[in-house]
Design a binder for this molecule. Structure first.
Ligand code: KIV
Ligand code: ZN
Length: 524
């Protein structure tokens, strides 16, 4: 009989750890709702103890999204408490605890002699910390997942011992992470098989795997583990994640579905939502996927050569192993415009996976009409971008009141901005090497920023084709406290750049103590 594979999505936790992919609370909640539409079983919403923003995101997702919601915690009481509190209102909650178990992690992270004087003693301390952590986490929920970090490089003897001990302490899922993406499929499946043999109480827990893609083997390793008993796979949309990323959710799910003749496993994923979800994650993170990316890349269903085109036209399955529709890529080319009504917009958005309240719809309809005034035809890509764009929601700390830019072939670019913040309105002007540089300098002057924020990344992309296409700008700022991403959308790329910059600043302000950031916050 066909067996279910649990899909554990960690886009909002491990995925968000991709360099530069930082998401704000609003974006995380939106993605979590879409993951629920996709019907994932478990959503890892973040690492609550790591920052206030992480805590808030996990809490808001726990309060409003229908799935098992989990938060990550080290094997430390404070981490577990933060996770337990953030998850408090989730009808179905899980705490995910981890601790490093490979010799490299133990000697590298637990070198201090208070953990023991040699490897054996340190292993014993780590096992005790893990069991105590599981026992404490049990006071918040019965659903506890434990991960021996760097299991891929952990000695099988210690791995089996700690696994048995944490199950005894109450862990209900044992996740085996190939943290560094080091293993190869035969080796990884052998390890899972050995754990099954050596751990006497393994039948009391679900075996999960969590593979990284450093050698491009994350999906292959994950699939290899299923054949020896893994029943949960941890993965991310578009395969985003630390370094080379995590196993890609869409690839795993479609491999199981397309090759159901080979494997007798299924997932509950609503595959027709894969493309929408992928697009949403791309939009919010600013991490574009390569055109040849399996399942959701721009070329995944494109047939270029004459022989292939001819074959597909005669009989689709000559060169296609799945249909674009099965992953949610439709041929439907309905275009909306300024005469489209609210009803038309609502049903189009529903087809794209967005279910909105009346209040949200009022806001989006208003912004749709603004866009349709500037742009003759509004495509699905425009709507996705509009949905993902909160830079104009005007509820951040800084909002743009006015922007004027003077450019030309023989003038020095000059920008004037009027910014509202903290109950005041400040106006400033500046020149710059180019119009965007002039705008940013004028903004910095107007808010008198103390902290040194450097722009680490600036990217412009056209959302659709045509001369009236919207430009999407992604900006990443770096400070001593971390990186902050902002996105801005407009048919005018200079305005989009300013909106993106202000959104990145708003994300930055969200996690700082605002009072200490500015020289003269009330001098205007
Ligand atoms: O890669 C890893 O080991 C992790 C753990 C926290 C599960 O992300
Ligand atoms: Zn990971």
């Amino acid at each position: 009989m066909s067996e279910k594979i649990i899909i554990f999505d960690t886009t909002l936790r491990d995925g968000e750890q991709s360099p530069g992919a930082s998401l704000n609370v609003f974006e995380k909640v939106e993605i979590a709702h879409q993951l629920a539409n996709l019907n994932v079983d478990v959503i890892e919403a973040g690492f609550p103890v790591s920052s206030q923003a992480q805590f808030d995101a996990v809490q808001q997702i726990a309060d409003s999204v229908d799935a098992i919601i989990t938060g990550l915690a080290r094997s430390i009481d404070n981490d577990i408490k933060a996770a337990g509190e953030a998850l408090m209102n989730a009808p179905r909650k899980r705490i995910h605890i981890f601790i490093g178990t490979s010799d490299i992690h133990i000697t590298g992270k637990f070198g201090d002699s208070r953990y023991g004087y040699n490897l054996k003693e340190k292993q014993s301390t780590i096992m005790q910390m893990a069991c105590e952590a599981v026992t404490y986490a049990k006071s918040f929920t019965d659903d506890i997942e434990f991960s021996p970090e760097d299991a891929g490089r952990t000695d099988i003897g210690f791995l089996s011992e700690i696994t048995e001990a944490v199950i005894e302490a109450g862990a209900t899922t044992i996740n085996i992470p190939d943290t560094t993406g080091y293993t190869i499929p035969q080796e990884f499946s052998k390890k899972i098989g050995e754990i099954k043999q050596r751990v006497s109480n393994i039948d009391q827990a679900v075996i999960s795997v969590h593979c990284h893609n450093d050698l491009g083997l994350a999906v292959a390793n994950s699939l290899s583990a299923i054949s020896v008993g893994a029943r949960q796979i941890e993965c991310t949309i578009n395969g985003i994640g630390e370094r080379a990323g995590n196993a890609s959710l869409e690839e795993i799910v479609m491999a199981l579905k397309v090759r159901s003749d080979y494997w007798d496993y299924y997932t509950d994923i609503n595959t027709e939502q894969l493309y929408n979800t992928s697009q949403m994650v791309t939009g919010f993170t600013g991490m574009l996927i390569q055109p040849n990316k399996a399942i959701v890349g721009e070329n995944a269903f494109a047939h270029e050569s004459g022989i292939h085109q001819d074959g597909v036209l005669k009989k689709r399955d000559t060169y296609e192993i799945m249909t674009p529709a099965s992953v949610g890529i439709t041929q439907n080319k309905i275009v909306l415009g300024r005469h489209s009504g609210r009803h038309g917009l609502t049903s189009r958005l529903e087809m794209l996976g967005y279910i909105l309240s009346d209040e949200q719809m009022d806001n989006i309809y208003h912004r749709f009409l603004e866009l349709a005034d500037k742009k003759k035809e509004v495509f699905d890509e425009d709507l996705r971008i509009l949905m993902g764009d909160d830079s104009k929601n005007q509820n951040g700390y800084f909002t743009l009141e006015y922007l004027h830019v003077n450019i030309g072939t023989s003038v020095i670019p000059t920008a004037s901005v009027r910014i509202a913040f903290d109950g005041q309105i400040v106006e400033e002007s500046s020149t710059g090497d180019g119009p965007v540089a002039a705008c940013i300098r004028a903004i910095k002057r107007s808010i008198n920023l103390k902290d040194s924020l450097t722009m680490e990344h600036y990217q412009v992309r056209s959302v659709t084709g045509g001369k009236d296409a919207q430009g999407e700008v992604t900006v990443r700022l770096r400070s001593e406290t971390g990186t902050y991403t902002g996105r801005g959308i407009s048919t005018d790329t200079i305005e989009a750049s300013v909106l993106a910059y202000l959104q990145a600043l708003n994300n930055y302000v969200y996690v700082q103590d605002v009072g200490t950031l500015f020289e003269n916050i009330s001098a205007a």
